[in-house]
Design a protein around this ligand. Sequence first.
Ligand SMILES: Cc1cc2nc3c(=O)[nH]c(=O)nc-3n(C[C@H](O)[C@H](O)[C@H](O)COP(=O)(O)O)c2cc1C
Ligand code: SF4
Ligand code: SF4
Length: 274
Amino acid sequence: MTPFSIYKIYFSPTGTTKKIVDTIGDELSRLFAIKIKTYDFTPPSHRQSFPEISPEDIVVFGLPTYAGRLPNLLLNYLDTINGNSAFAIPVVTFGNRAYDNALVELRNLLEQHDFMTIGAGAFSCEHSFSYTLAAGRPDERDIAFAKDFASKMHAKILKININEHVHTAIHVDGDALSGYYQPQTNSGVKIDIRKVKPKTSSACIKCGLCAESCPMGSISFVDFSQVTGICIKCGACVKKCPTHAKYFDDEGYLYHKTELEKKYMRRAENKIFI
Ligand SMILES: Cc1cc2nc3c(=O)[nH]c(=O)nc-3n(C[C@H](O)[C@H](O)[C@H](O)COP(=O)(O)O)c2cc1C
Ligand code: SF4
Ligand code: SF4
């Protein structure tokens, strides 16, 4: 089949998921020579609605892994989406530790919301908490890998006869029934960072970029140092601040970040399912 449109749909506070979804979507659009449409649901205002997808569209749908699963505060929104029988390619990113059960969760979620999943991928990217964990990824190798994945998906889609298609969800790894990854100290004490919020130093120039970038709408536009709502530790305000004025100083957060940086120095591989 030749799709009607290609969609790139993603949530991406620090921009790595966007880069992977862009690469796959843009390459598919080039190979099919059809226009690409984008829906970025990172800003809170974009989680009030969802685009109207047609049955012959292909959707590249990307989310980051948080605690080995999908970001749980997005689940209410994700429960409202509708694929209208379109084909989908679920994509998760992860910060060089593991994607654990995020990909199977996304595959299942899309299937439950009337998407037909035909391929999937997990990509290791720079960790939201860190500048050294998978630093700079996706890099050239990852981008080449993502383009090759798109070209394999292109070949697969061309072979689909929409009238004879009998759908089975794409096989991916992971355990859909498993819980969230729990950070802990070396002596086994659980680290709870759920209530942790970023601080602001005197380097702040009051540009407002952090408030504009917060996917939870939690940074005050009146006083940019105030986090008035829920913080999901997505790292957007820290990484986007032009003067490095935003930072986390919570002991548990810093311990967990340092442990991740020490334990997961190896290059985690990307994985695709076709
Ligand atoms: C709260 C939180 C939890 C995370 N949990 C994991 C994890 O379990 N495994 C992992 O490898 N990376 C984890 N990450 C890292 C992100 O999945 C990774 O950096 C991703 O590329 C960020 O995507 P973005 O750039 O689109 O925001 C976590 C990040 C955050 C903010
Ligand atoms: S992005 Fe940085 S400099 Fe700009 S308002 Fe926020 S903390 Fe201040
Ligand atoms: S305040 Fe929390 S949720 Fe908002 S951008 Fe910063 S880290 Fe992300």
